[in-house]
Design a binder for this molecule. Structure first.
Ligand SMILES: Cc1ncc(COP(=O)(O)O)c(C=O)c1O
Length: 411
């Protein structure tokens, strides 16, 4: 049968006529396949899933109840466009209460989005012309970089290295790259490294952005999940409101990944341009979800409870991993533990990179992790593994300890 004419019509940004023909197997597909193969080979052994990147628990009852009540009201049925005032006001209050960022104008300095992923996808529409660059920390959440490239822009990667506490070295960027750069993407506490930013680093960022005319987009998806010190907002840095915006999400902070609700706060010109772009993509999140979001934002104790659970699990995971030779240290925030990948196992298998180490862990010990080989070889263990209760949580972690010890890993 001749090939469909459709194959010739794909946009260049998707690979043109080659779209869908790529036979390379990507990381997450490899993990999925290795998991399936391990289960098929030994169905009776439980998979210890430290690979998941989202909460294992439900949204809290008061938030679920708010949605139940609000979705029955006729006033909430229609298009929400760029958002309801109640949600923006709640976001402004939340920023003041949790992060000490006071005086945000809900009208001009805050806007909701249907999750932070969409916001990151839309931001390049507002700023990136062909040939413009964005700075992207790597490893990292790639959505803004993908869309920059789709607009004909260039992505300049800033490696996150352990020796720099997983903060980018802004001084290492070439003058030529600085000249063409419009956007800087940062994410602290960071996925996957778990690192937190310091107030001093954010001060450097503001100075850097102002000196080079670069807009900062701080992805604060994990900002309230903080294990050392108080939660830190980029916007609390003097001058930050002049150079950038911050994106907060209810996904991880309130166990609401599927609900799709987030907000941007910060510079009014950036928010205004984003609002214009957004208005041309979607018609806003369901008002009942925004109103349930108001309930969540007014109850930051929920996040404190969630955060305490991750901290408890991460503390035990650090100990378990250390016993097997990993250089595990408690992350500043998030629910991720990022550790150097082993180079070999006791049975003589050598690992060329983290991907190979991760595959070995799943095949030989039914332990699922996410490998990163972007800036050194590391494995990410997530504290969102499934466990029925505290006793089960401890059982999973002691099982992890036993299985890792059995592998005889070398570093
Ligand atoms: C760093 C980072 N940013 C953004 C997101 C997306 O979050 P949301 O659910 O708000 O779209 C994730 C999700 O994993 C993430 O890890």
């Amino acid at each position: 049968m001749s090939e469909s004419f459709i194959q010739g019509l794909f946009a260049e940004r998707l690979g043109g006529s080659s779209f869908g023909k790529d036979t390379k197997i990507y990381k997450f597909e490899k993990i999925k396949r290795a998991k399936a193969a391990a289960m098929a080979a030994d169905p009776s052994t439980e998979i210890l899933d430290f690979g998941v990147g989202e909460p294992d628990a439900m949204a809290f009852p008061a938030v679920v109840k708010a949605l139940q009540i609000e979705c029955e009201k006729s006033e909430n049925r229609g298009y929400a466009d760029n958002g309801i005032p109640e949600f923006k006001a709640a976001a402004a209050e939340y920023m003041a209460r949790v992060f000490g960022v006071k005086g945000l104008n809900p009208e001009t300095e805050i806007i909701h989005s249907i999750g932070s992923k969409c916001a990151l996808a839309m931001m390049p529409d507002a700023f990136i012309n062909k040939g413009d660059a964005m700075l992207m920390t790597t490893p990292g959440y790639p959505v803004m970089a993908t869309h920059t490239e789709w607009h004909g822009g260039v992505v300049v990667e800033l490696p996150l290295l352990e020796k720099n506490a997983f903060l980018p070295d802004l001084k290492a960027i070439s003058a030529a790259d600085l000249k063409r750069t419009k956007l800087l993407y940062l994410n602290y506490p960071n996925n996957p490294t778990g690192a937190s930013a310091t107030a001093k680093f954010f001060e450097e960022v503001v100075e850097f952005a102002a000196a080079n005319n670069i807009i900062v987009v701080h992805d604060a998806a994990y900002a309230a999940l903080c294990h050392t010190g108080a939660p830190l907002s980029f916007l609390s840095t003097p001058g930050a409101m002049d150079v950038g915006v911050e994106i907060h999400s209810l996904s991880k902070a309130y166990n609401m990944t599927g609900w799709r609700i987030a907000f941007l706060a910060g510079n009014s010109k950036v928010i205004g341009a984003f609002a214009h772009v957004k208005d041309n993509y979607d018609s806003g999140q369901f008002k009942a979800i925004q109103k349930a979001g108001v309930q969540a934002l007014a109850t930051p104790e929920i996040t404190e409870e969630i955060s305490a659970k991750y901290k408890r699990r991460l503390t035990q995971m650090v100990e378990a991993l250390k016993e097997s030779g990993f250089n595990a240290v408690m992350p500043g925030g998030t629910f991720y533990l990022y550790v150097k990948a082993p180079v070999a196992s006791g049975d003589g298998t050598k690992f060329g990179n983290a991907e190979e180490a991760s595959e070995h862990l799943i095949r030989k010990a039914h332990i699922s992790t996410v490998p990163w080989d972007n800036a050194g070889s590391y494995l990410r263990f997530s504290a969102t593994f499934a466990a029925a209760d505290r006793a089960d949580e401890e059982r999973v972690i002691s099982e992890l300890r036993v299985r890792l010890a059995g592998l005889g890993l070398k570093f």
